[in-house]
Design a protein around this ligand. Structure first.
Ligand code: DHB
Ligand code: FE
Length: 255
């Protein structure tokens, strides 16, 4: 049987939370009916499995912004609720696993991974995942096979990688449940701009979890989950019967 011990960090964070919560409640002054409605809604949030979604939409971004303010390197962005561990390790030429007739525009995405001094980071593990042309992530509300549009591969000796995939589309977070109910009440649309999820691992460096966004997307300014950062923008170019885009990434040394 595991024994739960005192945790001073939890205690410290809870004290702060409780202090601010009480000030907040004084100011917002909810009545008892509002309080019980909130508890019912929060209970639905948990029961429908939307708690990670809600947390990642409204809280994860602020945690990351505070952690990485004034630090060098590529800005981290949301892991989000749709990461799946253990995606297939790909062979060159890299192509994310996809269905035979995967819908969507073909995309050749490339980039380099360097350290904060500009030295290339060879053999960095790149883990990528994204939505399909219907706006679904495999393994979540999707009929696609497991690990569809999810894959892992390595940078070459110059820290360079190139991978074939499809252009992601703007993502609409689920609207049918308690998260959507809440968004309607605060008059916020449910869209995220189109993005690639990408994670880099290299021994001796901080794991970089981030996203890539595309210039011109209509939701960049009002991303429901506030994931867009200036250093994460790229541009789609025409490559003939496919699009291409690239971005360079900088990993921080482990502290
Ligand atoms: C969230 C993040 C994502 O990257 C995404 O595609 C969908 C939802 C989120 O923060 O909940
Ligand atoms: Fe996403």
């Amino acid at each position: 049987m595991s024994e739960t011990k005192t945790n001073t960090r939890v205690s410290e964070i809870f004290d702060l939370f409780y202090k601010h919560l009480n000030n907040f409640l004084k100011e917002a002054n909810p009545n008892h009916e509002e309080y019980t409605e909130f508890v019912k809604w929060a209970d639905r949030l948990g029961r429908t499995g939307e708690l990670p979604l809600f947390m990642d939409v409204f809280i994860e971004s602020s945690v990351l912004k505070n952690m990485y303010a004034d630090k060098p390197g590529t800005e981290p962005s949301l892991l989000g609720p749709y990461y799946v561990e253990g995606a297939p390790i790909l062979e060159k030429p890299y192509k994310l696993p996809m269905r035979e007739n995967e819908k969507g525009e073909k995309l050749k995405f490339s980039g380099t991974v360097k350290d904060v001094n500009g030295e290339p980071l060879a053999n960095t593990l790149v883990d990528m995942w994204q939505d399909d042309a219907d706006g679904y992530y495999s393994s979540f509300d999707s009929d696609a096979p497991p690990y569809n549009l999810r894959g892992r591969f390595y940078t070459d000796e110059n820290g360079y990688f190139e991978v074939d995939t499809i252009v992601p589309i703007p993502y609409q977070i689920p609207t049918a449940g308690p998260t959507g109910e809440f968004l309607k009440m605060i008059d916020q649309h449910p869209y995220r701009p189109a993005h690639l999820h990408i994670m880099f691992k290299h021994k001796g460096y901080e794991t970089l979890i981030t996203q890539v966004f595309f210039e011109g997307d209509e939701w960049l300014e009002s991303d429901v989950a506030d994931g867009v950062r200036p250093s994460l923008m790229t541009k789609l170019y025409d490559g003939g019967d496919y699009k291409k885009a690239s971005l360079d990434f900088v990993m921080r040394n482990e502290e």
